[in-house]
Each structure stands twice: as structure tokens, then as C-alpha cells.
Design a protein around this ligand. Structure first.
Ligand SMILES: [Zn+2]
Length: 298
């Protein structure tokens, strides 16, 4: 028994970057990613043994530095490094550009980068996160829309890989402002609301990240409101003009829970020690300043 424990412990300490890739694939199959999305092992040698993992939302220079400080040779990020496809990769002309600087820094620090992006977005656990937290009643996946002869149609047959949002119903009568207050409470930050605050809400769509692309689908689903990370002004204007309310919590805020989900998948399927898993707890890319006080707002 003691010998078995020793062997198992030894096996767990020899985990390769490819083992981590496989572990993520078990919970969030990379085959479910959107066409053309850069997911999987983007940078590095998959055969190397993992010394530590930083799991974060964005592959940034700060993430590379943080990984180095932690002694980690692998970054698993939700958003991919989006390579430019102009055929050039040299450190003369890309000195001040993103994401090439991140790529160069990762290579020189010998840090591998895995992206788990739309393959996580479409997973049920990700789609249902905010609706469950808000205490809504689940209706089902938001149907994707195809365009045929210029006419939008909802797909008749959905696969697990199709939807990027979820449809919900309010358990009891609820106004837009009451729902927005609930979202702000769960998100732990202020939210931006589009629409009349007294609008009564029955049908709700949730989508993490960029919700602007979900507006046509939400309208076809007869939704009263979409709760998402961000929409963009013109998409929001079109939604409001079509009678659809919006609640925007911030792209990063809406997707930070996915960092924990990716960490859970790695922990569950790879057996890597918890001491080697480092999670980004919050994004510090931006901050807001109040016009009244000039003070920073959390
Ligand atoms: Zn995103």
C-alpha cells in the first residue's frame, strides 16, 4: 500500500504540458471550439514537465512575469494569443505590438501557453453559471441563427457545440432594475443597464463575454433582456430600438468564473498538486473613476 502511494505520488509529479491539454479536453473538448478559433497548445513544447500553471483570463506580459515569479512554465488562458497572419514574426518590427510581444516574452522565458476559449464558452457549466447564480429558472440553450437566402432562421437541430448563451425565465415578477441590482450584487461591481428600469422581465438570456452577437438570437427567442459582459454601443442601440433590454457587467467580470472552471478541470483530470495551480482572481486591466469625487471605484 505504501509502495503504491509512493508510485502514485511520483506519477503525479511528472505531469507534462500535453497531460494538462488532455485534462482540459476531458471537460471542455477542443473540438467544440468555433471554427478558426485558436485553442489548444499555442506556444511551447508539450513534452516538457510542468513546473507550475498560471490560469488566467488573458495572455499578457504581466501574466508572463507573474508565471516567472511563481516558477510556472505554463500559462492556461481563456482568451488566445491572436497571431497576426501577415507571415512576419521578428522582434524588430513588433517591438511595441500586442500580441507579438507576449509571444516573444513567452518564448524567451520558455513558458508554454494553452488557450481554452470557445470550447469553454459553449460548455453547459459555463453557459449556466450566471443564470444559476441569479436564481433563474433554466429554459434551455439559446438557438444559433443561420442565414439562408437573406432570411434568418434558428437552427432546428442543436449540438452541444452550438450555443453561446442560455435562455432563462424569471421565477417571479421582476423589473429590469431589480434584476440589474441582483446582477450587480452577484458580480460584485456596478453594471450598465440599457432600457426602461420599470420594464417587467420574464424571458432572460445570459451569455458570457461579448453579447452583441446574441442580440438577433435573443430577439427570436422573445427575450426581454440579455445579461452579458459587453455589447458595444451600436449593437446596444439596435437592441434597445428593438425593445430588448441589456445588462452589461464587463467582459472580464463575466468570464472570470471560467478561470476557476478551467482550474477545476485541470485539478480533476490531471491529478496535479494544488500547490502548482495558481488562479487569477480578478482582472486589473481597467478601472473606473467617479466624476463626483475623482476617486477610483471598485
Ligand atoms: Zn471573452
Amino acid at each position: 500500500m505504501l509502495m503504491m502511494t509512493t508510485i502514485m505520488t511520483k506519477a503525479r509529479t511528472k505531469i507534462s504540458i500535453l497531460d494538462i491539454l488532455e485534462a482540459i479536453d476531458k471537460s471542455f473538448p477542443f473540438a467544440h471550439a468555433a471554427d478558426g478559433d485558436s485553442v489548444g497548445l499555442l506556444v511551447g513544447d508539450g513534452k516538457l514537465q510542468v513546473t507550475g500553471i498560471l490560469i488566467c483570463l488573458d495572455p499578457s506580459l504581466e501574466a508572463i512575469v507573474r508565471a516567472q515569479e511563481l516558477g510556472a512554465n505554463l500559462i492556461v488562458s481563456h482568451h488566445p494569443i491572436r497571431f497576426n497572419s501577415n507571415g512576419y514574426f521578428n522582434t524588430t518590427c513588433m517591438a511595441n505590438t500586442y500580441p507579438e510581444r507576449v509571444l516573444a516574452a513567452a518564448l524567451s522565458a520558455r513558458i508554454a501557453v494553452i488557450a481554452a476559449h470557445t470550447n469553454v464558452d459553449v460548455a453547459q457549466v459555463a453557459r449556466c453559471h450566471w443564470g444559476d447564480r441569479l436564481g433563474l429558472e433554466r429554459v434551455g440553450p439559446l438557438s444559433s441563427i443561420t442565414t439562408e437566402f437573406g432570411i434568418p432562421r434558428q437552427k432546428d437541430v442543436l449540438t452541444d457545440a452550438d450555443p453561446y448563451g442560455e435562455v432563462w425565465s424569471a421565477a417571479c415578477a421582476l423589473s429590469l432594475d431589480q434584476l440589474a441590482t441582483r446582477v450587480a450584487g452577484q458580480a460584485g461591481c456596478s453594471v450598465k443597464v440599457y432600457g426602461d428600469g420599470q420594464t417587467m422581465i420574464k424571458n432572460i438570456v445570459t451569455a458570457t463575454g461579448s453579447g452583441g452577437g446574441r442580440i438577433p438570437e435573443a430577439l427570436m427567442a422573445d427575450a426581454d433582456v440579455i445579461i452579458s459582459g459587453e455589447f458595444g454601443y451600436h449593437a446596444a442601440l439596435a437592441a434597445v430600438e428593438s425593445g430588448l433590454c441589456l445588462i452589461e457587467m464587463g467582459h472580464d467580470v463575466s468570464e472570470l468564473p471560467l478561470v476557476q472552471m478551467i482550474a477545476d478541470a485541470i485539478s480533476l483530470h490531471s491529478g496535479i498538486g494544488e500547490e502548482l495551480l495558481h488562479r487569477e482572481k480578478r482582472s486589473e486591466l481597467w478601472r473606473s473613476i467617479s466624476a463626483d469625487t475623482g476617486s477610483a471605484q471598485d
